[in-house]
Each structure stands twice: as C-alpha cells, then as structure tokens.
Design a protein around this ligand. Structure first.
Ligand SMILES: [Zn+2]
Ligand SMILES: [Zn+2]
Length: 254
C-alpha cells in the first residue's frame, strides 16, 4: 500500500496545498487543493474519496475532481463521510447553485457521484486495504481515518483538538506504524485553537503521552505563517519523542 501526501498545509499559497492523501492511486483521503496537482489520468483513476469533515480546505477539490474526468472514470465516484458531512455537501456544494447535483446527474439511478455514509469504528473494505473512521473533536462533525492492510496501519487525525478517544482507539491498533496529527497553531494561540478546536504543540504532546504504541509521528496542517514557530514548539513539547514534519509529495509504503 502506497500513501502519497498531495497536500499537508493549513493553507494554500505558492507551493503549499491543503489536505489530500492518495492511497494506491484510486482512493483519496480528503480532497483539498493538493488534488489539483494530479494529472487528468490520475484524477480519472480515483474511485473513492473519504472526507474527514465538511470544511473547505478538505473538500475544495471534490467538485472539480468529479468534473475533471466525467467521461473517462469507470463508474461513479464514491464519497465516504459522516452523514452530517454528506448533508452539508448536498446543501451547500452540490445544490444546483454552487455546483450541479452530481448525485442525481446525469440520471438519479446512474449518477456521477454516490454518497456512502460512514460510522465510527466501522471499516470500509477496499482493494488491498481498509479505511476505518476514528474519533475526532472539531467545530463540525468530524472523523479521522485509519488506513490499514494486513501488515501495518497509518492513522490520520483529520482536524481535531485533543481527543482522548482518538488516542485510546490507536492504543488498540496492534500494527500501527504512522500517526499523522494536525498541529495547526502555536501554544500562544491556544484560545483561538480552543474555539476552532484545533491541536497546539502542548495538546499534541498530551496525545503522544497517551499513546502506548511505537508509531512514527507525522505532523500536518500547520498555519503557513507559523510553520517555524509551531515546529520549534512541537520539538520542545515532545522532548525525546521523534517527530517528522510532513511535506507535499512524500510517499509512505506499508
Ligand atoms: Zn476544519
Ligand atoms: Zn483543515
């Protein structure tokens, strides 16, 4: 299983892209601006999209992705997400105003997009791996995802503040190899982080202290103008715990 990081920034400018992970070429986890770097052929090969939540930086490219390869995609694009997230997409994106309702076009029985609600802890089996929704705490209904095969697991927090249930669930994953966690803001911005329900370096360290698995920590979703400060705070907060700060284009093999 190959996981390619298409976007891992808290914002989009210059060479920064918002959240998107490509798994084995046919599955996306989140659909931020990183998806815009795919070729048309790569877009056509995507059959599944898993969304962590409805915020724009994670769903922005879904309308364009669905449109880009309409003729060449073999069958519908299946969008997996919490029912609340799917309802938000229906109401605010695929509503016939902002974008056509591809869940009913070109015909309701053979649409371009198919919505598939997910539930916490219920794995969705795919070819060669499975994706399981993980608990998260954000300002809108949100999940993280565990992407796993027989050998190893790769957990992604999505957007969340410190969520005890997320870390406790990971403690039950025997072959956990990577934990990708958002750390959006500096500790100095903890009041804003609390309101917007994001993770700060102190909260990340709290989570890592709860984790009893020897997984490799990957940090993502840092605000573009605070990257150096957040990195320094994360290193200080974690002490001897190794950490890797994600950059766009990295590939992880499991
Ligand atoms: Zn968000
Ligand atoms: Zn976000």
């Amino acid at each position: 299983m190959k996981i390619r990081i298409l976007g891992c920034s808290g914002g989009a400018c210059n060479d920064l892209r918002t959240t998107a992970l490509l798994v084995d070429g046919d599955t996306l986890v989140d659909c931020g601006t990183g998806v815009g770097d795919l070729t048309l052929e790569e877009m056509a090969a995507v059959r599944h999209v898993f969304l962590t939540h409805s915020h724009l930086d994670h769903v922005l490219f879904l309308p364009l992705l669905s449109d880009a390869a309409l003729a060449s995609r073999n069958g519908p694009l299946t969008v997996h997400a919490l029912q609340d997230t799917l309802s938000a997409l229906s109401a605010h994106v695929f509503n016939g105003v902002l974008w056509p309702d591809y869940t009913r076009l070109p015909s309701p029985d053979q649409p371009y997009i198919r919505f598939a609600p997910v539930s916490l802890g219920q794995p969705v089996p795919l070819e060669g791996f499975r994706i399981t929704p993980l608990p998260a705490l954000h300002t809108v209904p949100a999940v993280g995802y565990l992407i796993s095969n027989e050998c190893a697991g790769f957990a992604f927090s999505g957007d969340t503040t410190y969520c005890e249930a997320f870390w406790d669930t990971l403690n039950g994953v025997e072959n956990l190899r990577y934990v990708m966690v958002e750390t959006t803001m500096r500790d100095a911005d903890h009041a804003v982080a609390e309101r917007s329900r994001h993770t700060t370096p102190r909260l990340l360290a709290q989570g890592m202290a709860r984790l009893q698995r020897p997984a490799r920590l990957l940090v993502t979703h840092i605000e573009p103008d605070k990257v150096e400060q957040v990195r320094a705070e994360v290193r200080a907060a974690l002490g001897n715990t190794p950490v890797h700060f994600l950059t766009r284009g990295e590939v992880f093999e499991l």
